[in-house]
Design a protein around this ligand. Structure first.
Ligand code: ADP
Length: 319
């Protein structure tokens, strides 16, 4: 069995899953009772020809960052946008792209201030929408007729859409491509991982969590997912750690870190802690209005921490 076939396993696959591209897919004894058995048995076998296509299309994309979170609402999309903007600001000579594959909740067009823009199709593929001279965005949100359209999509359709995104967007030369993924570990993550694994250059995952144990439990699962799938972990960002009152400057823990928060979890799981982003209502407002928080509030503590996170992320890829 090829390495690719071994890797193409659903997250909830039985222990002896032969892999979706194996001749035994859906037919091995381990497949009995697996919810994907029928799909695997009837699906095409052998290496997926689109793997080579993705590799070719992303040849000019140097580094890829998957932004992951265990739960929805912890700020994954916000961190994707902040991180991408901060990197693009600090390195004007480099090029950055954001790919929003959060199929059921694509929020990047709003957060990056290009809601309602159209993507254009040319001979060389879809052209992403430019946010700044060196920052462009492609999102499923640009293609859906209605925001509710994708809610009922099943695995194969999501897989097809991600393949299309990775093979048909004309990014040009990029130093970094940052992928905003749905929360948890689902079809989208498996598809993106299978494709990105085959590409040249470096890649890794940035995980976003809030400090309370219910969120940390899920991010631990994400780290385990990354380890199982061979995704290098860049590090963990703790978001909405503390609220500093703009009037009296009293710091309040909104989500108390009963178990030591993300920093302690990172030590326990031997992954890098990237930093703590505060809760700042002005950020939520900027995201809703598509404004750039970094230029609007350039001296805020949020921006200081963000630049430290950017430095650590760049260190990871420069190594
Ligand atoms: P996710 O992508 O994890 O579902 P979002 O990035 O959409 O989460 O964030 C959920 C909500 O929380 C949004 O309204 C966003 O503006 C807000 N938010 C995220 N991070 C912060 C923060 N550090 N301070 C204030 N609001 C935040």
């Amino acid at each position: 069995m090829s390495a690719t076939a071994l890797e193409a396993k659903p997250a909830d696959a039985p222990e002896h899953c032969p892999g979706t591209q194996s001749e035994d897919a859906g037919k091995a004894s381990a497949c009995a009772g697996c919810p994907n058995q029928q799909i695997c048995a009837s699906g095409p076998k052998g290496p997926d020809p689109s793997l080579a296509l993705v590799k070719e299309k992303l040849q000019e994309v140097q580094n890829k960052i998957l932004v992951l979170s265990g739960k929805g609402g912890v700020g994954k999309s916000t961190v994707t946008a902040l991180l991408s903007r901060a990197m693009a600001h600090s390195n004007p000579e480099k090029n950055y792209g954001v790919l929003d594959i959060d199929i059921c909740g694509p929020s990047q067009p709003r957060v990056l201030g290009v809601l309602g823009e159209q993507v254009h199709q040319s001979g060389s593929g879809w052209s992403p929408v430019f946010i700044e001279d060196n920052l462009s965005l492609m999102s499923i949100g640009f293609l859906l007729g209605s925001p509710d359209d994708a809610i009922i999509w099943r695995g194969p359709k999501k897989n097809g859409m991600i393949r299309q995104f990775l093979t048909e967007v004309d990014w040009g030369q990029l130093d970094y491509l940052v992928l905003d993924t749905p929360p948890g570990t689902s079809d989208e993550h498996l598809s993106a991982t299978t494709f990105l694994k085959e590409t040249d250059g470096s890649w890794g995952a940035v995980l976003v969590t809030t400090p309370q144990e219910v969120a940390l439990l899920d991010v631990r699962k994400e780290i385990t997912f990354c380890k199982k799938m061979g995704i290098p972990v860049v590090g963990v960002v703790e978001n909405m750690s503390v609220f500093v009152c703009p009037k009296c400057t009293t710091a309040t823990d909104i989500f108390p870190a009963m178990t030591g928060g993300a920093e302690k979890m990172c030590q326990e799981m031997d992954v890098t802690f990237l930093g703590k982003l505060p809760l700042d209502p002005r950020l939520a407002k900027c995201c809703d209005e598509g404004k750039d928080f970094l230029t609007e509030y350039s001296t805020s503590p949020m921006v200081v921490v963000l630049n430290q996170i950017v430095a650590k992320v760049q260190d990871f890829f420069d190594k």
